[in-house]
Ligand binder design. Structure first.
Ligand SMILES: C[S@@+](CC[C@H](N)C(=O)[O-])C[C@H]1O[C@@H](n2cnc3c(N)ncnc32)[C@H](O)[C@@H]1O
Length: 434
């Protein structure tokens, strides 16, 4: 076994380099975190990776301003290690000597001892010049907020008054929201069990099944996880089942269902007949596993929701949820790699896919039925504009304002990242006339 497996900084540097190269942060973290036995090392790895991705766009510029010669492409791990050195000093506020010494040591653990001197010299130079360099970085919005220019501009267009607050909220780690499985235990009883286990939770009045923890937690170790007493789900995502206005006996379609968070909440809420569909068959085993753990059951299909011929039995649905694939610009605080991976050019393609889903699924809704359209985006093109088009095309489509204390966005409602401690999320409700 190589030394790198035991050095969280070296492992973080290698992994962050792969995330910058295009790998999903969540998947990369899941893959490597099991290599560390010590829970403190795993927590350090998580902090380094998530803060490293969150602040990459600031500190890579800082680094380029200090390097005399650019690093070679094959030294992407050293580049990431240097960024992580700055993150430890500036964001995680670690004791200076320990952070510098451990980062230098990590260069050796990466089997690149020739870079130990550079790492040491560069971090010490930063410490001497940090004030001047931080001031310089704060002059430009990209390095001040650590967001790509296109996204700063897009947010400024759609949310001119809230833009600064959105960018700031995206840089603050999110609390952990749980959803209590009301079929198995009452929320108050579960909160008491958590408190007894030393994991005290807040009980948000406005979200009926939710509990909030300020510190993160390995959920699989919390009481009742294996017994299906709860799931992890942000408070904004927990609004879907309320907005669907579910009644026993209804036929419900969750058109973009994997990994099954909202499907499970629908089934915990009402005795409905649920079809859970997703076009990505690789994501369905996790959905099935979640259903099993929570004691729920649905008809699960792999298929393109925009091509019902392949999976629909011709019986209309009373409720349709379209939790559409989107830019994920509302959940950057949880998935900071969205800032590195998403491009302006992705948005028209996503908007076209969302329009296809709405167009194809509207005919499957029963008269008197309800369609709920949701995204975790903050961009109007993916949100209000989509349902506007649906409403303009169908004379039997009637908008219903979601009863949420959120921003009004067209006929829908928008929560912005961090508001009420929740993710950025959009909902629109469209009912079909009788
Ligand atoms: C936002 S995620 C859904 C999250 C899920 N509703 C939950 O709460 O756990 C969007 C999902 O849409 C799926 N998807 C994308 N295009 C689709 C299509 N044309 N038909 C069905 N599913 C699609 C993706 O595979 C992805 O799993």
């Amino acid at each position: 076994m190589s030394a790198i497996r035991y050095d969280p900084r070296a492992l973080a540097a290698q992994t962050l380099a792969s995330v910058v190269g295009g790998k999903s942060l969540r998947a990369a973290f899941a893959e490597v975190s099991t290599r560390l036995d010590d829970v403190r090392d795993r927590a350090l790895l998580a902090a380094l990776l998530y803060e490293g991705a969150r602040w990459w766009l600031r500190f890579e510029v800082a680094l380029d301003g200090m390097l005399e010669r650019p690093l070679r492409e094959r030294d992407g791990d050293i580049r990431a290690l240097l960024v992580l050195g700055l993150v430890q000093l500036e964001i995680l506020r670690m004791p200076v000597h320990a952070a510098v010494a451990a980062t230098v040591e990590a260069a050796r653990a990466l089997r690149k001892p020739a870079f130990a001197g550079l790492v040491n010299a560069l971090l010490r130079r930063w410490l001497r010049e940090r004030e001047m360099r931080n001031t310089e970085l704060d002059r430009d919005a990209v390095t001040r907020t650590s967001h790509p220019r296109w996204l700063i501009d897009a947010i400024a267009v759609d949310w001119p008054e809230q833009a600064e607050a959105i960018l700031a909220a995206n840089n603050v780690p999110a609390p952990l929201w749980l959803r209590v499985n009301r079929r198995r235990i009452a929320r108050a009883d579960f909160a008491a069990q958590m408190a007894a286990a030393g994991m005290a939770c807040r009980v948000p009045e406005a979200v009926p099944d939710a509990l909030v923890l300020d510190s993160s937690l390995d959920v699989t170790s919390a009481p009742g996880y294996a017994q299906g007493l709860f799931s992890v789900q942000d408070g904004a995502a927990q609004q879907a089942s309320t907005l669907l206005d579910l009644r026993a006996g209804q036929r419900v379609l969750d058109a973009c269902a994997a990994p099954g968070g909202k499907s499970a909440h629908i089934l915990e809420t009402a005795d409905v007949e649920l079809t859970a569909l997703d076009s990505d068959a690789r994501r369905l085993p996790r959905l099935r596993e979640n259903m099993r753990r929570l004691g729920l059951s649905a008809a699960v299909h792999a298929g393109d929701a925009a091509d019902p011929g392949g999976w629909w039995d011709q019986r209309p649905f009373d409720r349709i949820l379209i939790d559409a694939p989107c830019s994920a610009t509302g959940i950057i605080r949880r998935q900071p790699d969205v800032k590195l991976h998403r491009r302006a050019a992705d948005i028209p393609g996503l908007a076209a896919a969302q329009a296809r889903l709405l167009d194809a699924l509207w005919p499957l809704l029963a008269r008197g039925g309800r369609l709920v359209y949701a995204t975790c985006s903050v961009l109007e093109d993916e949100n209000a504009r989509q349902t506007e088009v649906l409403l303009a095309r169908h004379s039997d489509a009637r908008p219903v304002a979601p009863t949420l204390p959120w921003h009004v966005a067209g006929t829908g409602a928008q929560n912005l990242p961090g508001e009420s401690d929740m993710d950025g999320f959009f909902y629109a409700i469209v009912d079909k006339g009788n």
